[in-house]
Ligand binder design. Sequence first.
Ligand code: GLU
Length: 316
Amino acid sequence: MSELQAFLEKLHHTYAAMEQGEVAAYIPELSKANPDWFGISVVTTDGQAFNVGDTEQKFTIQSISKLFSYGLALEDHGREILLKKVGVEPTGDPFNSMIRLDEGSHRPYNPMINAGAIATTSLLKGDGPTDKLNRLLKMLERYTGHDVFIDMPTFISERATGHRNRAMAHLMLNFGMIDKDIDAALDLYFQQCAVMVTCQDLATMAATLANHGQNPITQTRAVNEDYVRDILSVMYTCGMYNRAGEWAYRVGVPAKSGVSGGILAVIPGKAGIATFSPPIDDNGNSVRGLRVFEALSKKYNLHMFDLSMGRCIFCI
Ligand SMILES: N[C@@H](CCC(=O)O)C(=O)O
């Protein structure tokens, strides 16, 4: 067994017993997740895969989808046009806050909070709702390397209860920051959040970004190489809810988490790492996931600004 595999198994064993955190329930369908589900996956840019635990359990991608739709919007519109519609500043506020929408330029602060993600998804090109959804699914399939599907109960559950997201869309419409067909934009946003993935998928998707936008297993290009740096920049500053600063300080790699319990992180040029465990803390981050990433970063010197010798030894 490789040293990395042995270390992943040790981490899994150590943190499986943790009992902190709560499974998200504000989208009713998410509350059905088993709090004991726990997986850790690593995929390297040369195509090696390491897995431990529930890495084949399917779950809805939720907020992690935001970084991928941001990549597609960058391809559709380019950096400067998109920047006029959605900023790149961290907020320090909860992901579903709308306080800052009502001040200043009315431009959502960044594409990783809900307001910015809804605005980003509303900009995706396509000939009507079906074409837009198909473009989004095809894009995600280039990252995973296989077909992806929407979990209908989760989509319907969020569509029926997502009043806060609906309110944000109305506020942005009021300010003229979003196209008037907000129901279609919200449906597409709820659909992208309800796409089913596994922990292994998330690691492959992260490895694709680590590999300059090309899937290291299928060799398919998932996103234009020019935009990988934009995606990773907003992940680094805004990807971990209102713990993004502490994550950057402690773990030091671009990452994104979602309320269903997934976290993915990109080690540029080296690997993608993902964890899945549904209990989340007050910020929305998986409690087991945070511990695993802190331990991995320490053990393998993953922090981007750690320039000591032996950095990221596991992925060479
Ligand atoms: N669909 C969820 C995603 C939230 C998340 O994972 O942060 C929402 O909009 O509330």
